[in-house]
Design a protein around this ligand. Structure first.
Ligand code: 4NP
Length: 158
């Protein structure tokens, strides 16, 4: 059975598609991509169907990471279709948990902040880069790369 992991941010055009692409890139390097089903989603629906923000696509591309996903909004089905839902900031975490409470039944997914897995950072939130300058995108990628390294170590040793 594949492990199913969903990354969630607000718009699903900056942080979570980058997290998804970095995770897929590392899984590919490790030749364990077939063991996973990976996706990303937003708590908001304004950008549904759009490619990621071009600033994030460019910043990731400079690191050899290809962001291909199109934005979608998180759905109730996601709580049973995924084993792990990883949120980018406290607002996403709160909104995902609130949404989960609208389900009538218990559900499968564990919901956690991605930065719980960070190795070199004490931050608990991935800052939203959308209204900032280009440097914000590189900072986000640094945080995501670190946390995803920690996530993969955790998965492989647990
Ligand atoms: P994301 O960034 O949550 O990392 O995708 C944002 C993208 C769009 C908006 C906010 C945050 N927006 O307000 O449209």
């Amino acid at each position: 059975m594949k492990r199913r992991i969903l990354f969630v941010c607000l718009g699903n055009i900056c942080r979570s598609p980058a997290a998804e692409a970095i995770f897929l890139h590392k899984l590919e390097q490790l030749k364990i991509i077939d063991e996973f089903y990976v996706d990303s989603a937003g708590t908001g629906g304004w950008h549904v169907g759009s490619l990621a923000d071009s600033r994030m696509i460019d910043a990731a591309s400079n690191r050899g990471i290809d962001i291909k996903s199109k934005a979608r909004k998180i759905s109730f089905d996601d709580f049973n279709n995924f084993d792990l839902i990883l949120t980018m900031d406290n607002t996403n975490l709160k909104n995902v948990k609130t949404l989960s409470k609208e389900l009538d039944t218990t559900f499968k997914a564990e919901i956690k902040p991605l930065l719980e897995y960070a190795i070199h950072s004490d931050l608990i939130e991935v800052p939203d880069p959308y209204y900032g300058g280009d440097k914000g995108f590189d900072k986000v990628l640094d945080l995501l790369e670190d946390a995803i390294e920690g996530l993969i170590k955790h998965i492989r040793f647990n």
